[in-house]
Design a protein around this ligand. Structure first.
Ligand code: SF4
Length: 315
């Protein structure tokens, strides 16, 4: 791509490439990289129906704006899951992203933890604290959100679920898995990782090579107003992710492009290990809810978490 510094239309200094790009060049660059990731790993086939998981934040706006220009919008559907964190007040974000989706002619669904599990995340955390359960809000939030998203995707018969994870998210997940010594989870991060249960709808991450500073700049450039509200549970118990995020920011500041190289190298290394996943049998089913669970587990993580706060009982 042509790259030149012209003081009048310079929009962004792209740290990891050392280039200064105008608005048009930056938009072309983002579209090119999202398209490349999709075609390289065949993330979306022309006949696929895709469920876009959108929170209403900047990343989900970028997901909608880019995918709607790449794929037939009549084959797209979007969903927001409201976890139920009162101080985050998601109404404005839901209305904003809902307006964008409407302008693209994409149907929009809104679900909530309260409706599906009977409790909002605030109510779950009230029980966690009262009962002294040693699990973080992010564990409940992430595990319950993933299950609900998969159920919605199945219910609506879509072929893929696209999430708005960016490069920073992916790099953090790689480092966290390495620090935990969780090498079995690492191969599952690869875009070509096989699906281990027929009950799982394949998840794709078209923004996985786009830095967070770029999704922020893209949303700003497109005048998408988003809130900078901070989840109250982040400060309650800083997660490993928050430490890893700081570590990667500092490495990135002295070695621009560090996270991108980490992800690309990890993809290359994992390519040789994917065959080991392909040989694995179908995941077993949870003895309580019947959903897939990990090998060697009788009860899935969702049921285990709900048992700990007294929502369901162990059989
Ligand atoms: Fe959920 Fe808040 Fe954790 Fe994000 S930071 S996963 S919204 S609990």
């Amino acid at each position: 791509m042509r790259s030149s510094y012209r003081a009048l239309d310079a929009f962004i200094y792209q740290r990891h490439t050392g280039r200064v790009l105008s608005r048009r060049e930056f938009e072309e660059d983002i579209m090119y990289r999202v398209r490349s990731e999709i075609s390289r790993y065949r993330l979306i086939e022309p006949s696929d129906t895709v469920l876009l998981a959108v929170s209403g934040g900047k990343d989900s706006f970028v997901l909608v704006d880019t995918i709607a220009r790449i794929h037939d919008t009549s084959r797209l559907l979007a969903v927001t899951i409201i976890e139920g964190i009162e101080s985050l007040g998601r109404t404005v974000e839901v209305e904003k992203i809902g307006g964008i989706l409407k302008s693209y002619g994409i149907d929009y669904l809104v679900y909530s933890f309260k409706e599906y599990y009977g409790l909002s995340l605030d109510e779950i955390m009230e029980r966690v604290l009262r009962l002294g359960v040693r699990e973080s809000a992010c564990t409940y939030c992430g595990v319950l959100r993933r299950r609900l998203l998969n159920s919605i995707a199945r219910e609506h018969g879509v072929d893929k679920v696209a999430t708005a994870h960016n490069l920073d998210d992916e790099a953090q997940t790689i480092v966290m898995n390495l620090l935990r010594g969780d090498t079995t989870r690492l191969p599952r991060l690869h875009p070509r990782a096989p699906i281990l249960s027929k009950q799982f709808i394949p998840r794709i991450k078209p923004l996985r090579k786009i830095y967070e500073y770029e999704t922020t700049a893209y949303a700003y450039m497109k005048k998408y107003g988003f809130q900078h509200s901070r989840c109250p549970y982040v400060d309650l118990k800083p997660s490993l992710r928050s430490y890893v995020r700081r570590l990667l920011y500092s490495l990135e500041s002295v070695h621009p492009g560090f996270s991108l190289r980490l992800l690309e190298n990890c993809d290359k290394l994992l390519e040789d290990r994917l065959w080991s996943l392909e040989k694995l049998p179908e995941l077993p089913s949870c003895g309580i809810c019947g959903e897939p669970t990990s090998y060697g587990r009788e009860v899935c993580k969702v049921c285990e978490l709900l048992i700990k706060i007294g929502v369901i009982e162990r059989k």
